[in-house]
Design a protein around this ligand. Structure first.
Ligand SMILES: [Fe+2]
Length: 313
């Protein structure tokens, strides 16, 4: 086993919020990518693309009584459909699908113009509408949004690629309130110790033999690399670790009505404390598009482990 460095959850490193003036010059793209990869938040006081008043009114449910407007809804761009609704909500589903399709397309167009180094090097993942008040929202421990964590999708492994999310607060009066804790690079040594990095034997064994067979028969989790396994375990361990939750240095961020912000949520330790009515689009950015690849969680972890943690087959 490679020796691990001591816990560093109190390391004095912090996320910053960078207000981006618009229009941003295309030559700023590399600098903005570097800010994101350094675990900073790109912030736009005014949403940089249009969400029509009619769409906002529909999302806020002013004319709606359906449950469809009171629970989280996901939009899958590749299939152009929404999930999370009952059959009885099909008329609302069409309205939500059209609004989320427009938001998804606008977000992707804007991101491509803002961050040329990433343009065309992503998979457009799900968009979502989050109409539920976050303060006091009941959830099981691992699903709680109010505990700082880094994101990992157990059913959508990235194999070292990055999770980038663009959020918009469409609440007309209420801020969306986040806290951030020390970023992944600062906490990785601690959680590598408590979670345990995958051993090299496990990596070799899985990637060379089991993984290929499992993929051939399409077993669940077969595409999960040792990296994805660790990141999911780390996500859970952060929420379970009450000492970390209580003692980690935190910063509070308020995102006012009609603001938009962009975050690499696999390296920014984040939590949502308050807020209702937000839109979000997720992008999976190729790890090879990074302008500071040494800062990526996969690079941080592979330095700790001393061997590769992604799968090449
Ligand atoms: Fe999250």
């Amino acid at each position: 086993m490679t020796a691990l460095t001591p816990p560093s959850v109190t390391e004095n490193r912090a996320t910053r919020r960078i207000t981006v003036p618009l229009p941003s010059a295309s030559q700023d793209g590399e600098r903005l990518c570097a800010e994101l990869e350094s675990a900073n938040i790109l912030y736009f006081p005014q949403t940089p693309f249009t969400i029509s008043p009619a769409d906002r009114q529909t999302l806020l449910g002013q004319k709606q009584t359906s449950a469809a407007f009171h629970k989280n809804v996901a939009y899958r761009p590749a299939e152009n459909r929404v999930t999370g609704l009952d059959k009885s909500e099909s008329s609302e589903a069409e309205a939500l699908r059209a609004i989320l399709q427009s938001y998804s397309q606008n977000a992707a167009r804007f991101l491509g113009e803002l961050l040329p180094p990433y343009a065309g090097k992503w998979k457009l993942d799900f968009a979502s509408y989050r109409p539920i008040e976050e303060r006091g929202r009941p959830a099981r421990l691992h699903a709680r949004n109010d505990l700082p964590h880094v994101d990992a999708f157990p059913t959508r492994p990235t194999n070292g690629d990055r999770i980038l999310r663009l959020f918009t607060n469409i609440n007309p009066t209420q801020d969306r309130v986040w806290v951030t804790a020390p970023p992944f690079a600062a906490i990785a040594p601690h959680f590598a110790k408590t979670v345990g990095l995958p051993t090299q034997a496990r990596n070799d064994f899985l990637s060379a033999a089991i993984r290929g067979v499992a993929r051939a028969v399409n077993l669940p989790g077969a595409r999960r690399s040792p990296y994805d396994h660790f990141m999911h375990e780390c996500h859970n361990a952060m929420k379970e670790d009450s000492a970390f939750q209580q003692s980690a240095a935190k910063q509070r961020w308020e995102f006012p009505p009609n603001s938009t912000w962009i975050v690499l949520t696999d390296c920014v330790s984040h939590a949502v404390l308050e807020g209702q009515y937000a839109l979000e689009q997720t992008f999976i950015i190729s790890r090879h598009a990074m302008v500071r690849p040494e800062l990526s969680p996969i690079a941080v972890l592979e330095r700790l482990a001393g061997y590769p943690l992604t799968s090449t087959i």
